[in-house]
Ligand binder design. Sequence first.
Ligand SMILES: Cc1ncc(COP(=O)(O)O)c(C=O)c1O
Length: 408
Amino acid sequence: MHTEPPRADEHDRGALRAALADGTDDRIIYDLDGIGRQYAALRAELPGVAVRFAMKACPVDEVMEHLAALGSGFDAASPQEIAQALRTGVPPELIHYGNTIKSDRNIAEAYRLGVRDFATDSLEDVAAIAEHAPGARVFCRIATTGEGALWGLSHKFGCSPEDAVRVLDAARTAGLVPSGLSVHVGSQQMTAEAWTAAVDALAAVLEALNWRGITPTRINLGGGLPALGVLDRGGRPLDPPLDKMFVVIREGMERLRAVNTGPLEFLLEPGRHLVADHGAIRAHVSRLTSRHRLDGTREDWLYLSCGKFNGLYEMDQLQYRLEFPAHPGGQFVNAVVAGPTCDSDDAYAQDGGRVRVPRAVRSGDPVWIHSCGAYATAYATRGFNGFAPLPYTCIGGGDGRDHHGGTA
Ligand SMILES: Cc1ncc(COP(=O)(O)O)c(C=O)c1O
């Protein structure tokens, strides 16, 4: 974390900052207009690419309804998520079951809810889909290395190119529609090259499928597009080459269209990129302390009212920008940041990555935590040590009212 306000040129954050300033209690605030602008910017960069918001990144009804009204569909990972997505009013055709991991019961329930598009990556899963969702469309997820991402998703999901051909061949034999391929280059991907490698792999599998008489109609380019306002674990700004990423994706789509023997549609399942920079937490200082460690060195610790279990889960891999509005200047100490629970895991970057904290902060002072709109609510526990998940407020969104929710 960093004790400077976010760069003003990144986004128009005026409304979010005003809402943070108005806040008198802890909460997470989502700026629906900011999310809408982000959605529009993404659509402008990748014209014709359908968006299925990865709802796990922000399963908040108002956020989902806003995106649905703008035309987004949803990437859902369970029947419960499918049901929530349907409540926004989108038709089931705009929802796919993007989780390669599902029980027989999960598949049957998704099918009952009207979903007909399923991700897969194994013969076992294909057999189960054929039994419990007869005639459905399946897209096979190809594994990626996850290199260049803060969270590589390489081991749990996806299969080799050779397996992908076998999986879609088996799907066809089982009466399913082998409709496409998907990839995920890893979350908070920091390199454009990851998409180059993904396109290479997709092109090779398309060729092999075409050769076997299978002509996919859809390519799902997954998530992975980064947030812009976050810092690395050491507190240095992350500066992902977003423009270059879009160039590589656009060129990659052209290449895949040229390879495939039939027309191709493209989908994207962004999560973090749409919401991260348009959510912020208003928390407070629990206490700033100074203690000696066993080796005699002195260490300052900043305990916040929220931490790993109620809003800041992802700080194991990154830092958020912190702002102390009551202390814009003065002397600073470099502190370890930690959450409020009586649990040693609820602390960040103990091996480095100290945060500049105004020496004068007192218990109860407000702290603004920027660019933490992604995965904050979804990762919150029910109440570790009694610390409840943060309530949320949505601002903007067209009707002129702020929407206050319980916990998402
Ligand atoms: C299948 C799938 N799609 C999309 C996403 C969203 O990823 P991101 O937030 O990096 O865009 C995830 C995240 O884990 C995922 O598992």
